[in-house]
Each structure stands twice: as structure tokens, then as C-alpha cells.
Design a binder for this molecule. Structure first.
Ligand code: NOJ
Length: 534
């Protein structure tokens, strides 16, 4: 049990934090045009505060042609009129702070929009110019043949002709994502200087941190050699030394950490480092980012052996490099956990258990908007799909991006649009969407929403009472009957019954369970518990 003296130094805020990811387009629509925006988010901030999270991460709202829903930026220091104004962003920041919420933004340093003024200048300046050296412009290896075999993460080749109508301009430009997202050339120091300015701009405003998009891919292998992989060049968890995960990229994060620590409080850097645990952990060494999402965990199916194996790998990486894993089960790119874990009632029950497990694990955690409501993935009708990944032959991510249901009735898009009449939402919502609504769940003590709130509240108390500490680590194992156990420290464990049969509850006091417990000392399939040990 907790002792009088702290077991370890007081944690930095982000070590114990739970951050709520806001996908602004789909969160709340303040002006009734069917697209979520800053006004909507400002109005709904009290809801986020009521969950008991420490902050929000907002995906991009900067000016963009929206080819990839904002991950194609034309002005890193602005606000797209689709979402509002800089004045509204300033009010959002101060309102969030007054509610005790930190604000993290997304920075997209791997690529910009093909409409970014510097890319437009590069196109105009022609082959061999300093303007083109800000990006990867390379002459093709023959008529119609791109410079190498790299494939875009979204499908198709990762190169497009700079000027398809010209006979003299033989350059192609690299885009690891869509053709509307040219990759910056980080070997040109001017690119690093440019991004220092971007970081300073937002940090000076008081933004608390940044989530770094495709953080491991900024530097490509010298000489851009062919890749042995025929899939997307930075996709999956494997390090691809021919393309990404280059040693040079670490220098960027050392520089950014130094910059982040010039501010009080220190700013947080959290990386989208989609690599296996041992490689990803190298991005959270003491002088780099504070956090990197545990992608190996994010993608797991309902299988205790793989949870335990990945958990132990993440723990080994923590022991090597010091930073605890940053847990998540959902984000705007991934199939919702209810659906991943089996769909329907089974998927819902498992997703509740998974959220309970997630919030008890050692390290920070991120929840994606709607996860607290147990939203399933939506099968968006083909004619309504807008994801560029889908358009290029990859999977469709729109199903995790459908606007949130706030009210049960259908008026104003289930309360997504703040006021009627409202335009149709940018992605259609399925029939019955209102059964998941916030208002309905607030009144139901057994709802996913109330379970998530209860877990967050208890988590805060356990941090306060020093049952949880920053140096906690996870010892994972599977016991008979597919009972997954993560021992967080000598006082606390998380257990999830992942098999088809009831299992004996671990010894100790159950502090929280995803589903009600019978008095018989058994844990039913797909239930999860937090146990305080004697
Ligand atoms: C990761 C983002 O989460 C995703 O939505 C985006 O399409 C790619 N990076 C490219 O920026």
C-alpha cells in the first residue's frame, strides 16, 4: 500500500496524463455547415473536461486543400477558414487552460501540401534550383520511370512528375503519401530552420505540446536506394533502413526537445513512430521526445498471448531507454476497437474491458473521441468515402471519422451541429447512430461513457495516493484460461479474461471492473479488473 514517503520523484504532468484526441472535423460543428470546427470544439470543451482527462490533442486545422483532411498543410501557422479563425484558436486555448486541459497540436514535418508556397516556388524554379532542394526532386531513371521503386503508404508509386507536360523538366518529386503531399528534404538545413519557426510560433502562444506526424520518416536513406519492400515504404511496424528510421532523424528530436525545454512548463513532444518497440523506444531517449505511441499495442487483436508478448517487449524497451510506453487503442487512422474486437455486443463488451485495461497500464494513455462512447466503425457507403488512402487503393479510414452523436434525436445531425437547420454532415451517419449519443449515455450508469469516467477518476486517485508511480513497469503474463495479467507494481495489477471460460479472480481487492462482478470470485469472459494486492 502507499507509504508516507514518495516511492519516486513527482511525475511530470505528461507521465500520468490521459489525453483525448479530437478530430475537429467530426467533433462538433459550430456554424452548421456539416463540418466540425473550432467554435464547436470551444462549446464542447466542458464535456471533455468532465471526462477527467488532462488534455486534448487536436489533429490539423491549419490551412489546407484538405486532400488528406488537413495532413496536407499550406500554412503551418494559420487556421483554415473551414475551421475558424486564429482569434477562435486563441479563445480555445485559454478556455481549455481555464478548464485545466492542456492542448497539443499536430505538426506534419514529413510533407506539406503541393499547394504550399514553397513547393509552388520549387515547381516554378525548375530542375537544379535551390527551391527544388527543399523537397526531393529527382530526375527519372528513364522515360516514364520514376527514380526508384518506392511505393506510397496510400498505394501506388511514391513519385509524381513535377511537370508532366514539359520535355526539358525530367524531375519527379517524392511523396510517401498522396501526390498532394510532397516530402520535405530534411537534408537541407533550411527545412529544419523553417520548422523551428513553426514550433516557436505555437509554443509562444502557449500550446502545451505537439504530436509529430510520421515522425520516423523525415530523413530518407542517403541516395534514395530501391526498397526491398513492395508495400508502403513507411507502413507497418518494420523498420525500413532503405527508406525511413534513419539515424539523422534523432538529431531533429534532440533539437526540438531542447527548444521544448526552453519553455515553462516544458512542452511535450509525442511521436507517431510506427515501428516495432525496440526501434520506437529510441525516439524517447532522455534527450528526444517524451512520448511515442506504442503502435505494436494499438494494432493487437483480442489475443492474450500477443498482448503479453508486446507488453513485455515494450517493458524491455522501457528498461533500456527509460520512457514508459504511451498507450492507445484507437485513433483516426485505425478501425474502432469495438469492431476490431469482434463487432456487435461481443465487440462492445471487449472494448469496455480493453479501455479499463488501457487506463490501468503503466504510462500515459490516449483516448480517441468516441472511444468513450464505445462507437463502432461505420461502413461508410462507397459513394460517400473521401479518404485519399481509399482512393489510391488502400484501406478506407473514414469509418472511424464519422461525426460524434451528441443527442439521441436526429435534429441537427444528432446534436453534432450546434443549432438547426444544419447542412448534412461531411460523412453520413448510419441509422441508429443516436443510440450511442452522449446525452443518452450520461443518463445510463452502466454506459461506456460512465465506465470511462469512473476509470479516469480512479486513475487520478491512484496517482494521487502513489499507488501509481512514474517508474512502474509492466510484467505481463497469461494464466490458465487465457487470463491476461499485467502486474504494474507490487501493489497493483490489471487482469483481462480473454478466453471463452470464466477464470478465478486474482487475489486482492477489486477496485474496478468493466462489467459487474458476481460474488463467486470468478471473472467472466471479456471482463477486466483492476486489483489492489495485499
Ligand atoms: C498519419 C496521420 O495520422 C494520417 O491521418 C495521415 O494520413 C498520415 N500520417 C499522413 O500525414
Amino acid at each position: 500500500m502507499p507509504t508516507e514517503t514518495p516511492r519516486s520523484p513527482a511525475p511530470d504532468w505528461w507521465q500520468s496524463a490521459v489525453i483525448y484526441e479530437v478530430y475537429p472535423r467530426s467533433f462538433a460543428d459550430g456554424d452548421g455547415d456539416g463540418v466540425g470546427d473550432l467554435a464547436g470544439l470551444i462549446a464542447r470543451l466542458p464535456y471533455i473536461a468532465s471526462l477527467g482527462v488532462e488534455g486534448i490533442w487536436m489533429t490539423p486545422f491549419q490551412p489546407s486543400p484538405q486532400v488528406d483532411q488537413g495532413y496536407d498543410v499550406t500554412d503551418y501557422c494559420g487556421v483554415d477558414p473551414l475551421f475558424g479563425t486564429m482569434e477562435q484558436f486563441d479563445s480555445l486555448l485559454s478556455k481549455a487552460h481555464s478548464l485545466g486541459l492542456r492542448v497539443l497540436l499536430d505538426v506534419v514535418p514529413n510533407h506539406c501540401s503541393s499547394e504550399h508556397p514553397l513547393f509552388q516556388a520549387a515547381l516554378a524554379a525548375g530542375p537544379g534550383s535551390p527551391e527544388r532542394d527543399m523537397f526531393h526532386f529527382v530526375e527519372g531513371s528513364g522515360a516514364g520511370v520514376p527514380p526508384n521503386n518506392w511505393q506510397s503508404v496510400f498505394g501506388g508509386r511514391a513519385w509524381s512528375r513535377a511537370n508532366p507536360d514539359s520535355e526539358t523538366d525530367k524531375d519527379w518529386y517524392l511523396h510517401l503519401f498522396s501526390a498532394g503531399q510532397p516530402d520535405w528534404n530534411w537534408r537541407n538545413p533550411a527545412v529544419g530552420d523553417y520548422f523551428d519557426g513553426v514550433l516557436r510560433f505555437w509554443f509562444d502562444k502557449g500550446v502545451d505540446g505537439l504530436r509529430i506526424d510520421v515522425a520516423h520518416a523525415l530523413f530518407k536513406a542517403d541516395g534514395l536506394p530501391d526498397s526491398p519492400s513492395t508495400g508502403g515504404v513507411v507502413d507497418g511496424l518494420r523498420s525500413n533502413p532503405q527508406v525511413s528510421d534513419q539515424e539523422d532523424v534523432h538529431e531533429v528530436y534532440r533539437r526540438w526537445r531542447t527548444l521544448a525545454e526552453k519553455y515553462e512548463p516544458h512542452r511535450l513532444l509525442v511521436g507517431e513512430v510506427n515501428l516495432e518497440p525496440a526501434r520506437a523506444a529510441r525516439y524517447t531517449r532522455a534527450d528526444e521526445m517524451q512520448q511515442a505511441f506504442a503502435f505494436a499495442f494499438v494494432k493487437l487483436a483480442w489475443d492474450p498471448e500477443s498482448w503479453a508478448a508486446v507488453g513485455n517487449e515494450l517493458e524491455a524497451a522501457r528498461q533500456l531507454h527509460g520512457a514508459a510506453p504511451t498507450w492507445a487503442l484507437e485513433n483516426h487512422d485505425i478501425v474502432r476497437s469495438v469492431t476490431r474486437f469482434g463487432g456487435g455486443e461481443l465487440g462492445s463488451v471487449r472494448a469496455r474491458a480493453a479501455v479499463v485495461a488501457l487506463l490501468g497500464l503503466p504510462g500515459a494513455a490516449y483516448l480517441y473521441q468516441g472511444q468513450e462512447l464505445g462507437l463502432p466503425e461505420v461502413d461508410v457507403p462507397v459513394e460517400s468515402r473521401v479518404d485519399p488512402m481509399w482512393a489510391r487503393g488502400g484501406v478506407c479510414r473514414d469509418g472511424a471519422r464519422v461525426p460524434l452523436p451528441w443527442t439521441e434525436d436526429v435534429v441537427a445531425n444528432h446534436g453534432f451541429s450546434l443549432g438547426a437547420p444544419a447542412a448534412e454532415p461531411w460523412l453520413p451517419v448510419p441509422a441508429g447512430w443516436g443510440t450511442n449519443a452522449v446525452k443518452r449515455q450520461e443518463q445510463d450508469p452502466e454506459s461506456a461513457l460512465n465506465l470511462t469516467k469512473a476509470a479516469l477518476e480512479l486513475r487520478r486517485q491512484l496517482w494521487k495516493n502513489e499507488v501509481f508511480a512514474p517508474d512502474d513497469g509492466g510484467k505481463w503474463r497469461v494464466e490458465a484460461g487465457n487470463l491476461l495479467i499485467c502486474e504494474r507494481n507490487e501493489h497493483f495489477l490489471v487482469a483481462v479474461a480473454m478466453g471463452a471460460e470464466p477464470v478465478k479472480l486474482p487475489a486482492g481487492t477489486v477496485l474496478l471492473s468493466a462489467e459487474p462482478l458476481a460474488e463467486d470470485g470468478w471473472l467472466q469472459p471479456n471482463n477486466a479488473v483492476w486489483v489492489l494486492r495485499g
